[in-house]
Write a protein that binds this ligand. Sequence first.
Ligand SMILES: Nc1ncnc2c1ncn2[C@@H]1O[C@H](COP(=O)(O)OP(=O)(O)OP(=O)(O)O)[C@@H](O)[C@H]1O
Ligand SMILES: Nc1ncnc2c1ncn2[C@@H]1O[C@H](COP(=O)(O)OP(=O)(O)OP(=O)(O)O)[C@@H](O)[C@H]1O
Ligand SMILES: [Mg+2]
Ligand SMILES: [Mg+2]
Lengths: 256, 256
Amino acid sequence: MGRIIAVSNQKGGVGKTTTTVNLAGVLAKLGQRVLVVDMDPQANATTALGADKYGSREHVYHALVTETPLGALIQHSEIEGLDVLPSGPDLAGAELELVSALARETKLKSVLAPIRDRYDVILVDCPPSLGLLTLNALTACEGVLVPLQCEYYALEGISSLLRTIDLVRRSVNPRIRITGVLLTMFDRRNRLSFQVEAEARQHFPNVIYETTIPRNVKLAESPSFGKPIVLYDPFCQGALAYDALGHEVLVREGLT
Amino acid sequence: MGRIIAVSNQKGGVGKTTTTVNLAGVLAKLGQRVLVVDMDPQANATTALGADKYGSREHVYHALVTETPLGALIQHSEIEGLDVLPSGPDLAGAELELVSALARETKLKSVLAPIRDRYDVILVDCPPSLGLLTLNALTACEGVLVPLQCEYYALEGISSLLRTIDLVRRSVNPRIRITGVLLTMFDRRNRLSFQVEAEARQHFPNVIYETTIPRNVKLAESPSFGKPIVLYDPFCQGALAYDALGHEVLVREGLT
Ligand SMILES: Nc1ncnc2c1ncn2[C@@H]1O[C@H](COP(=O)(O)OP(=O)(O)OP(=O)(O)O)[C@@H](O)[C@H]1O
Ligand SMILES: Nc1ncnc2c1ncn2[C@@H]1O[C@H](COP(=O)(O)OP(=O)(O)OP(=O)(O)O)[C@@H](O)[C@H]1O
Ligand SMILES: [Mg+2]
Ligand SMILES: [Mg+2]
C-alpha cells in the first residue's frame, strides 16, 4: 500500500512544489515507485515534471468532479518509476463545485484507493490555502510534510496549519501526523535564516528533518526545463540536499 | 473618493504583502491618507504594520460577515496618515461562509463605501488564491497592482489571473483595469531574473512599472519589527526602490 504524504503549507512560495517534485525524483532514482498528485490549479508540479497541462488531456479535476478513471489521466515522467497525476486550470473551479457535494473532503481518498498498490509513495502537492483542495489532500494522506521557508512570516503561519491538521485528525482522518518539517531556502549569509531555524527547532524539537535545503538558483531554473533537479543538475547544492532528504524520508518512513 | 487598488497574484510568495505594506508607508510619507485592508487570513500585512491580530479585537471578518461598523475595527499604524483594517484567523472561515450569501462578491465594496472619502488611497492585500476573498477585492477596486516575482513559475500563473480579471470586468466590476505589473525580488547575479524581465516586458509592454524591486534582505527583516521599510531602514536598496515606486504610482494614478 503506497504511503500518501501531503506537502502542505498555506503560506505561499515556501517551496512546496520544489520539494514535491525533487523529493519524488530522488525517491524514484532510489528504486521507489512514486506518484506525484498535483492538487494546485497553478499546475506548477505538472510543469516541473514535463507533463502536459495545456493540451486536451483530462486531469485531476476530472477524477474528482466527473469521476474519470485514473488510468486515463496518469502520465509518465522522464524518470523511470515516477508518474504524475497532472493538474489544470479547471481545478480552480473544483473548490466551489465540491462545496455542496456529498463527502466532499474524501473525494481524493476514494479516487486514489484503487491505485495505491501500484506505488510505494504518493506525494500530493497542495495549493497555498486551507480550502477544499488541501482538505482533500489532508484527508487522503497518512502524513504531512511541511516546508518552512527560513523567513519571518513563515513561522507565523504554522499555528493555523497545525490547528487545521488537528481538526482533520479529530474529524475525517484520525491517523494523520506530521512526517516532518523541512527548512527551505536557507541562506548562510543571512542571520534571519539562523533565527528562524533556532525558533523552529524549539517549536518542533523532534519533527524537523536533519536535512536543510539551501537557497540555490539551480532549483529555480530546473522547472523551466521540465526536469527535476536530479536530471537537470545532479551535483549542485540543491540536488545534494534533496538527495539527503530522500534518504532521510526513506528511513523515517521505514520504506527501505 | 479614495482610489481602491487590489494587490493580487494567486502565485504564492511573490511579494504581495511586502509591496502593499511598503508602498503604503511611502505614500503616507508623501502626504497621502492611506488605508491598508488585509484580506489574507494569514494576516501578514497586519503584523508588518504592527497592528494587533491576536488580541480580542475584531477585524475585517466581522465587517464582512457580521457587519460590524468599520470605525470599531480600523487601527492606526506608527506612520501618520496610514491606517489598517486588520485581518485575523477567522477570516479563513469567511470563504465558506460567504458562498451562499446574497451578493457575496460585493461585500467588501459595500463595507468600504462609507469610509472611502476619508482616504486618498486604499490598498487591499490579497491571499494567494482566486477564491471569494480575492474576488471581493477585485470587485471593490478600480485597479489591480500585480507583483510578479522574477522566477519561472511566476510567468506561468499570469494567464489565469488575467482570465479572472476579465471575468470580473464582464460581470461585477466593469471599470477594473491593471494599474501596473511590478517586478519583484530581482537578482542581478542571476540570469533567470533578466529572462523573466524580458518576457514580461514583451507580454505587458505598457503596464510594467519602470521601478523594479531588488532582492534585499532588509525587506524580509522589517516585518519582524512590525515596521514598514521606510521606518526600519529608509536608505537601503529595498526602501529606495519602494520610494521610487511610490512616486511612479502617484503620477500614474494622477494623485499628486
Ligand atoms: N531552495 C531554493 N532555492 C532557490 N529557489 C527556490 C528554492 N526552493 C524554491 N525556489 C523557488 O522559489 C519559488 C517558490 O517555490 P515554490 O513554487 O516551490 O513554492 P510553493 O510553496 O510551491 O509556492 P505556492 O505557494 O505558489 O504553491 C519558485 O520560483 C522556486 O523555483
Ligand atoms: N524584494 C525582496 N527581497 C527580499 N525578500 C523579500 C522581498 N520581497 C518579499 N520578500 C520576502 O519574501 C517572502 C515572500 O514575500 P511576501 O510574503 O510579501 O509575498 P506574498 O505574495 O504576500 O506571499 P503570500 O502568497 O503568502 O501572501 C517574505 O518572507 C518576504 O519577507
Ligand atoms: Mg506550489
Ligand atoms: Mg501575502
